[in-house]
Ligand binder design. Structure first.
Ligand SMILES: Cc1cc2nc3c(=O)[nH]c(=O)nc-3n(C[C@H](O)[C@H](O)[C@H](O)COP(=O)(O)O)c2cc1C
Length: 254
């Protein structure tokens, strides 16, 4: 069984390659009884700021996993730093006996940092990476991606940069332009249910926003834009093997 979280499809694509049985974390987080018992349990999710996204942490913190083999696969686009080590620490804190943590380099969907048109052109050998991980999981390999001193320093440097940022930056991360046609895709694709369409216009309540960027990448008229500078305001991304309906199905809050 894989529990996954995805904003633009990378982590869902990886999950689909690794297990037929899957649950979306954006929905499983609402389960009344979060006691899960399976022979193998995996978590597949993107890396946010070298860490597991807050939604995934919250899910792990509120769940009990009963399994012989627990693994985590973290998708990232540019620099994983000490993400695997931090994920291992999280597991230890939660008394989860983790057997395997690995990372997969894919398209980086972080718009302030990357131009999606450029990203899409780079061959990151995703299939080869997935195949190696598939073999490891089949053999129930016990391995945690090691971190170097440079990895840890990169994360420390990132954290001190974040501390200097105004606290309300996340709350005011996006704005919706007059190009909004009120299609409602953002309302359906947001894993936190932050959008509401009224009178043919979408409005975001930024309180619950986890800045996953599912909404901004999925908006068909590019009417959702970041408040901080983007590398290319006209370029958006969705994993080429995943449909918009699959991401909506994974994230919709009923
Ligand atoms: C808020 C945010 C933070 C991110 N932080 C990192 C990061 O620290 N390192 C990195 O390499 N990629 C980072 N990324 C890129 C994603 O981890 C990567 O594109 C991932 O594969 C997206 O998965 P998804 O399509 O399943 O959402 C970040 C993306 C977002 C939206």
């Amino acid at each position: 069984m894989i529990f996954y979280f995805t904003a633009t499809g990378n982590s869902l694509y990886v999950s689909k390659q690794l297990d037929e049985e899957r649950r979306s974390i954006a929905q499983a987080i609402h389960d009344q009884n979060k006691h899960y018992s399976y022979e193998k349990i995996g978590i597949v999710c993107p890396i946010f700021g070298h860490e597991v996204p807050p939604l995934v942490k919250e899910f792990m913190e509120s769940s009990v996993f009963e399994t012989d083999y627990f693994y985590m696969i973290l998708t990232y686009g540019n620099r994983h730093a000490n993400a695997a080590e931090l994920a291992e620490k999280l597991c230890k804190k939660l008394n989860i006996a983790v057997d395997y943590i690995n990372v997969i380099l894919m398209v980086d969907n972080f718009l302030p940092g990357f131009d999606m048109e450029e990203q899409k052109k780079i061959d990151k050998h995703v299939e080869e990476q997935i195949e190696l991980i598939r073999q490891d999981l089949k053999e129930r390999k016990e391995w945690i991606m090691p971190a170097t001193k440079t990895d840890r320093e990169a994360h420390e440097e990132f954290l001190s940069r974040m501390k200097k940022m105004p606290q309300n930056d996340v709350l005011h991360a996006y704005h919706i332009t007059k190009d909004c046609i009120g299609c409602g895709i953002c309302e359906k694709i947001c894993p936190k249910g932050c959008f509401k369409v009224e009178d043919q216009k979408s409005n975001q309540d930024p309180k619950g926003c986890i800045m996953c960027m599912a909404c901004i990448h999925a908006c068909p008229t590019k009417a959702i834009q970041m408040n901080m500078p983007e590398k290319n305001k006209n370029a958006r991304y969705r994993n080429e093997n995943i449909s918009i309906c699959e991401i909506i199905d994974a994230n919709i809050q009923k």
